[in-house]
Unconditional design. Sequence first.
Length: 418
Amino acid sequence: MSLLTSLGTGAFLIALPGSLTLATLTIAAALPFRARAPTPAGQRSAVNDRTPPDPSDRTSALAPSKTARLVVLIPAHNESQGLRRTLESLKPEVAADPAARIVVIADNCQDDTADVARAAAVEVIERHDESRRGKGFALRLGFASVGEADWFLVVDADTDVDPGFLQAMRAAIERGSSALEAHEADALQCRYRVRDPLASARNTLADIAFGAFNVLRPRARATLGLSAGILGNGFALSRRTLQRVPFLANSIVEDVEYHHALVQAGLRVEWVDGAQVRGEVPLDAAAVGAQQARWEGGRLRLLANNGPELFQQAIIGRSGQLDLLADLLLLPLSLHTSLLLLAWALGGPWIHWLAEINLWMLVLHVVLAMQLIDASAAHWRALLGAPRYLLVKLARLPASWQAAARNAPWTRSKRSSS
């Protein structure tokens, strides 16, 4: 075997775990989606391979008959411009729900974020602690400080919520509450896409990527009976869940870290296909690169920290842990695609053939994602820029490796609304 053939084979083997994960999720995404009722406590050990909750824990009793009190929690760091638009999209939703309210966490702000929130007649909690910076700390303060709340719905401060968002989330919370043995959900995640997706070619490509990562994959996991995952925006946690699994995640990917803690505790995030939030993407290429490096580097750090234990749990048949490991092993699509192209170009006949099959599966993955987000003609045209996007992402790999270092600092990416 020549050196080039060996290189192609090695590239295929590195991509293989991600290829298997991608194929599984793509096939599942093609199936009809049906919302599942929350799993009764007595059956959760079978679903999540964990022991059922302690019967003496009154927080695990039958689902409450009263209307759940919802708090839309908005962590905001120097977000005065974007926050105005976010509150404008949320206030009609809250006005139609007498058991819901909005609370803004003004986190280490140097602008008038807190004043903007007060002017909009919503509750504000100010936090000042420069030694502990990041969204995770702000959320922890909100969960601990806000009283009279049964559920927290987390929405970023640069986000539009689609009409009917709160109604769909409440319906998911209360689904099955009339069944004798049913329990309310543990956590929820809705669709998370890009605000103003047609404002630029970069936004449109980002919306396609969000469609794959933030719509197709969690929807497919829910179809397979797995935990949908937490995407960092548009998710909800019950107070009961927070009491059982405190929000202690402070890494640069606190959403993924906390989702791991939920699954390891035997809990599951339900998918809400009928609700959607749209978050703003960074302003320029440098900000985009910084944000992507933070996300990808943080996931690599989680793989290094949690991978060995997840592998041990997976080999004894715990499906929840296997899914967490498979998700971390699925590399960024730019790198995954590059590895498959390398295998296709340099590998031997069998490797060439298998790489080609996986490349077509990748194409199907993107096409299905675009169908799920009702892609416009502009989305399809934006795919012409995918090769350039691929090269740019590969050039940013060193930054992702740097972000994977221990104790990598949290930095907020500059948005157009800033």
